[in-house]
Design a protein around this ligand. Structure first.
Ligand code: ADP
Ligand code: MG
Length: 276
């Protein structure tokens, strides 16, 4: 029986490419023959709309699943790609925060729900909101690994320390063996000095691996959601598409070395924030 690798795509900064990564990495994992489920866990529902499931017209969503009000089968939707499924989000997911606050084990709701579905998949990707809220903590606890998109711009390294501290808290206080799949440079322009500097800097200072693949700034990636398609179905020949295909290959290659990677605490993180 399959046992999915569950990867949470997380950065509390907005606009860094989390949703673009979750949607397009998911599409290429599926295209590589890996059965993949994308869980939209952002009340904005951008991943859902990128795959043609408008959050405003979604009646049963991840919210109902997490609260036990709907069977997983009732909320899993197909996409236009074979092997690629979606659990959509809708705006009322924002209310989950308040509903969970007084619950015992409030950090474990998404993980518990995913127990019912992860056996059916090779990969589960969780698209998280731009915050370090209880929703994000639920996403981290549900994940085995976290993938951190980092936009190649001046302020993008700020906040990474806080994110790694949150990961560390989840590991220590909630006794959850979360690992870092890696940091991913997004909107990277190798002709720009600043992009190259940020790239160099993160490769030098990030205490975990940085993916070899850099995601370039790409019009095809930006416009694909307006066609309700992953870039693979919109412009598979574009640089953005090819980059996400390479990223999927890198992720799949990690299957061979998984478990071998040692995780250092966020305390070893040092002065990374001020490094550039
Ligand atoms: N590599 C890229 N090239 C061009 N535009 C991008 C790229 N990645 C993301 N975008 C665009 O930037 C905006 C923010 O990306 P998104 O994936 O929604 O970020 P997040 O989920 O972190 O908020 C979106 O309009 C998206 O289409
Ligand atoms: Mg997003």
């Amino acid at each position: 029986m399959a046992m999915a690798r569950v990867i949470a795509v997380c950065n509390q900064k907005g606009g860094v490419g989390k949703t673009t990564t979750a949607v397009n990495l998911g599409a290429y994992l599926a295209a590589a023959g890996k059965k993949t489920l994308l869980v939209d866990f952002d009340p904005q529902g951008n991943a859902s709309s990128a795959l043609g499931h408008s959050p405003l017209h979604t009646t049963t969503s991840v919210y109902h699943g997490v609260l036990g009000h709907a069977e997983p089968k009732a909320i899993i939707r197909p996409s236009q790609l074979y092997n690629f499924h979606l659990i959509p989000a809708a705006p009322h997911l924002a209310g989950l925060l308040i509903e969970l606050v007084n619950e015992k084990d409030r950090e474990h709701f998404l993980r518990r729900f995913l127990h019912y579905v992860r056996h059916d998949y090779d990969y589960v990707l969780i698209d998280l909101p731009p915050s370090l809220s209880l929703l994000t903590v639920n996403g981290l606890v549900a994940g085995d690994e976290v993938l951190i998109p980092v936009q190649a711009e001046y302020y993008s390294l700020e906040g990474i320390g806080q994110l790694l501290e949150t990961v560390d808290l989840v590991k220590r206080n909630l006794h959850h063996p979360l690992t870092i799949a890696g940091a991913l440079l997004t909107m990277y322009d190798k002709r720009e000095h600043l992009s190259r500097e940020v790239g160099k800097n993160i490769r030098r200072h990030f205490p975990y691996q940085v993916f070899d693949t850099e995601i370039p700034r790409s019009v095809a990636l930006a416009e694909a959601p307006s066609f309700s398609k992953p870039v693979l179905l919109h412009r598979p020949d574009s640089n953005g598409a090819l980059a996400y295909r390479r990223l999927a290959d890198e992720i799949i290659a990690q299957e061979r070395t998984r478990g071998a990677r040692e995780i250092v605490g966020a305390k070893n993180f040092g002065n990374f924030n001020v490094a550039i």
